[in-house]
Design a protein around this ligand. Structure first.
Ligand SMILES: *[C@@H]1O[C@H](CO)[C@@H](O)[C@H](O)[C@H]1NC(C)=O
Ligand SMILES: *[C@@H]1O[C@H](CO)[C@@H](O)[C@H](O)[C@H]1NC(C)=O
Ligand SMILES: *[C@@H]1O[C@H](CO)[C@@H](O)[C@H](O)[C@H]1NC(C)=O
Ligand SMILES: *[C@@H]1O[C@H](CO)[C@@H](O)[C@H](O)[C@H]1NC(C)=O
Ligand SMILES: *[C@@H]1O[C@H](CO)[C@@H](O)[C@H](O)[C@H]1NC(C)=O
Ligand SMILES: *[C@@H]1O[C@H](CO)[C@@H](O)[C@H](O)[C@H]1NC(C)=O
Length: 802
């Protein structure tokens, strides 16, 4: 127990300090004590102090509320426990305005051998004078609880190299947790209960070398806790009544007492808890925990006190669950538990069986869905818990998975408005990050925040998927080997990404992360997480999901499904995951301007891929309603699959801007609609891609586009084919027909027209490219002189979709 441990540390130190001497107290110290009495305004508890008092050796002058201990002629302990530390609030008041905390501590410094100091509830007010306090270098144990001390803990305290225990409960200390505490080599007990401190706990907490007890309950601390598993001596952790969370902290195996009640923890409990064989007290009540209750906690060998009340723990309890021998308090009330009360708990149901106090247990279990217990315990019918569990999206088989806490950010905060796509920043990651990461890297802070899991099929209206157009599309694409669009559960996505392991992280931006993964059936996927800013129900996303479910085409990196993650409190969506195909064969630039010799695409393959891109654009513009325009097309976002089929890896999904703009109201204009000539913007970008495909030179700026456009123009207007040839990538120029090249160059130039209206339509582009493919084919048939290798059927642009 926390209290016991604490008392034990105190006693050990006190005993060491109590070696009695045989002299009289120095006169100056007597004077100091009397001065202290005066500065404290002659409190009642010191009414027996006089100028003739033998403070050290006159036993009559020691009361439990005030006493002095000495070593030789010097005071080593001073204890003054004022009325203010009693429970009666009326007794509690600060010393008068004339009180000076500075003079008080100046007087204290005249007791230079002071090792133990208790000044509890004596009405001290003001900021702790660090400089003076730090002169008391012998101090080992300090308890200044129940006063009115304010301000930050002074950094000068870090000079108290002997300090073992510092207790300042019930004051008005503010500021953040001091990170210099790690400099105190002996500090074992730190208690700052009921102050006004805030901020997150720094990593350095785990570096306070001797820390055994950390009590920060009743402050305003927030955020996730640092990893405390490195704090080897830490046994007592009381962080109740703050705003910590959402992740359950990592703890050392030897903790004895963990009190996290009344915070904002919302993930599940980590399975490691079941291995904490020294754990005596666990209180996680009044949080937002979800997931399965671990019955193993009841049977921990040391457990005495277990409270999980007021969370949303689920699970089926059976009679045969066993309890630890030391268990004397269990509170599982107000959760979503079903089944029956375990026999080891129901044997002693009520609190006051005084007859045999050693075996009596307090067991509280009201407001669950347990069967066979009294009506007075207000159990809900079993379906209630089931429905609640589903409503908050708890997947039943989660129980089977040892879930580790997630990380980082609170869900649901995205700033700024972004009209541009999931696009460039996102799927470009496919290209950039593939194969760079070491598989051994462990998951870290990059993991997406999470709360709850959607059951794979519970929350989504099935009529959406019965949409006839959607089905016909699926059937068609199914033949191309893309799995049908569906809703995923978070559990599936966790499994696919090895619990969002960092080695699977492909990239991230302000909207979330992008992971590579593999579904259980082997399908490689990319998973894009999107934070949702405003409170929205999943219904608000119907329109988006409907659109996303249609983003499936041979020449798109197609959508395979989605997954919602919900806020526990109000079932709003905090995070949306979009699952896409994973296209494995690099991007188009890697096979054109940056391709190594053997990997460079032939002319025929180049025409084939750009035809694919054009078809993809055609689909984005006209194949779905509303169309997606201004897709910020780039050659590096054109991905190639193993059959060298081009797929547009990045397009303008309006969900981001939508999510942030409207609350599901009537503002249903997609931002891409409002981009004038959005379709012609895509045509221009396509022209730039074409320019690189033809010339084989990487184009990275609009300036280069201008220069090469001029070269293209002059090559086209020149007499004879040689100038045109010189423009074409030397790697392919020998193997292509002049007419084919000229056709592609001409359409390319038109795509790059300054005036949007002068640019061709995508149909026009397609027709020309197909013509170029045709004449090339004919030319190849005529002249077998080319160095090109025979083509496989898949490389010939003969696609029937769209
Ligand atoms: C102690 O205090 C009394 C009055 O309370 C005073 O008369 C006496 O002189 C003081 N003695 C010393 C030694 O200061
Ligand atoms: C600090 O001192 C007060 C007064 O003696 C006591 O009630 C309290 O328990 C002490 N705090 C700790 C943490 O020991
Ligand atoms: C801290 O504050 C809470 C609530 O105000 C109170 O119940 C508790 O007794 C206080 N504890 C201390 C040590 O002051
Ligand atoms: C806690 O901190 C937040 C801001 O960080 C503030 O709004 C709130 O009032 C604080 N609460 C208390 C009890 O001090
Ligand atoms: C949290 O605060 C409440 C009152 O605000 C108090 O009753 C409760 O005991 C505190 N919990 C802990 C574990 O300190
Ligand atoms: C406990 O009982 C449940 C059914 O009530 C059964 O499935 C389970 O195997 C039992 N476990 C043990 C350890 O007996």
């Amino acid at each position: 127990m926390g209290g016991n441990l604490l008392t034990m540390f105190l006693l050990v130190s006190v005993a060491m300090a109590m070696v009695p001497g045989s002299l009289q107290l120095q006169a100056s110290q007597t004077w100091s004590l009397l001065k202290i009495q005066q500065l404290l305004n002659y409190p009642a508890v010191l009414s027996h102090w006089h100028n003739y008092t033998d403070f050290c050796y006159g036993a009559d002058y020691k009361t439990t509320s005030a006493f002095v201990e000495c070593y030789g002629d010097s005071v080593t302990q001073l204890h003054i426990i004022g009325d203010g530390s009693s429970s009666s609030p009326s007794a509690k008041k600060p010393l008068p305005k004339s009180f000076s905390i500075d003079s008080f501590f100046t007087t204290l410094t005249r007791l230079p051998d002071l090792r133990v100091l208790t000044l509890a509830g004596v009405g001290l007010w003001g900021p702790l004078p660090g400089g003076k306090l730090s002169r008391l270098t012998s101090l080992e144990i300090v308890n200044i609880s129940g006063n009115y001390l304010y301000g930050e803990l002074p950094v000068a305290m870090s000079r108290l190299g002997n300090l073992q225990t510092f207790i300042a409960d019930g004051n008005l200390f503010s500021g953040e947790f001091p990170d210099w505490l790690g400099k105190l080599p002996e500090l074992a007990v730190l208690s700052l209960r009921n102050n006004s401190m805030m901020g997150t706990l720094p990593e350095s907490v785990a570096e306070i070398p001797s820390l055994r007890s950390l009590v920060l309950a009743g402050n305003n601390f927030s955020g996730n806790l640092p990893d405390l598993s490195g704090a080897r001596n830490l046994q007592v952790i009381d962080l109740a009544n703050n705003s910590f969370g959402p992740e359950f902290p990592r703890l050392g195996r030897k903790v004895a007492s963990v009190v996290l009640a009344g915070n904002r923890f919302s993930d599940g409990l980590p399975p490691e808890l079941a291995g904490m064989y020294l754990l005596e007290r666990l209180d996680v009540s009044g949080n937002r925990f979800v997931g399965p209750f671990m019955p193993a906690l009841l049977s921990l060998p040391s457990i005495e006190y277990l409270s999980v009340a007021g969370n949303r723990f689920t699970g089926f309890l059976s009679g045969n669950i066993s309890c630890g021998d030391n268990l004397r308090f269990v509170d599982i009330s107000s959760n979503l538990l079903t089944g029956t009360l375990p026999n080891c708990l129901s044997a002693v149901k009520t609190t006051n069986s005084d007859s045999d106090s050693s075996s009596s247990k307090t067991v509280l279990y009201a407001a669950n869905c347990l069967a066979g217990v009294g009506v007075e315990t207000q159990q809900h019918p079993a379906p209630f818990c089931k429905n609640q569990a589903i409503a908050v999206g708890i997947v039943p088989d989660q129980a089977a998975r040892g879930r580790r806490g997630g990380s980082g950010a609170r869900s649901g905060l995205v700033a700024g408005v972004v009209a541009a796509a999931i696009g460039a920043a996102v799927l470009a990651g496919v290209v950039v990050f593939v194969g760079v990461r070491k598989a051994s890297m462990r998951r870290a802070q990059a993991r997406p925040p999470r709360r709850l899991v959607e059951h794979a099929s519970s929350a989504y209206p099935s009529k959406l998927f019965a949409d006839a157009r959607y089905i016909s599309q699926t059937v068609k694409l199914g033949a191309l080997g893309i799995p049908a669009y569906r809703s995923f559960s978070l559990v599936e996505l966790e499994a696919a990404t090895n619990d969002f392991e960092v080695s699977n992280l492909m990239g991230q931006d302000s909207h979330g992360q992008m992971y590579r993964g593999r579904l259980s059936n082997g399908t490689p996927v990319t998973i894009r997480s999107l934070k949702v800013k405003r409170s929205q129900t999943s219904q608000n996303f119907n329109r988006h999901i409907e659109m996303i479910s249609k983003l499936r085409h041979r020449h798109l990196v197609s959508a395979l499904g989605h997954c919602f993650e919900y806020n526990l409190d109000d079932s709003t969506v905090t995070q949306l995951y979009l699952v896409f195909e994973y296209v494995q064969n690099g991007n188009l630039r890697g096979r054109i301007s940056q391709g190594t010799e053997g990997r460079k695409l032939t002319w025929v393959q180049r025409i084939s891929t750009v035809i694919g891109v054009a078809k993809g654009i055609q689909f984005l513009h006209g194949g779905i309603i509303p169309g997606l325009f201004a897709n910020n097309l780039k050659i590096t976002n054109i991905l190639l699959d193993q059959n060298v089929v081009a797929k547009i890896g990045s397009y303008n999904i309006p969900i981001l801007s939508e999510t942030m703009k409207s609350e599901g109201g009537s503002g249903n204009k997609y931002p891409s609609d409002s981009v004038p000539n959005g379709d012609k913007i895509d045509i221009f970008d396509f022209g730039v891609i074409l320019l690189e495909v033809v010339s084989g030179r990487p184009i990275t700026s609009i300036y280069e586009v201008e220069i090469m456009k001029e070269q293209l123009q002059s090559a086209l207007t020149a007499e004879g084919p040689s100038k045109r040839r010189s423009f074409v990538d030397p790697a392919v120029s020998k193997g292509c027909s002049d007419e084919s090249v000229r056709t592609v160059m001409e359409i390319c130039l038109r795509c790059l027209a300054k005036e949007a209206v002068q640019r061709p339509s995508v149909e026009d582009v397609l027709w020309n490219l197909q013509f170029a493919a045709q004449v090339q084919d004919d030319w190849r048939g005529d002249s077998r002189s080319s160095e090109e290798s025979p083509l496989s059927p898949s490389q010939i642009p003969r696609e029937s979709d769209q």
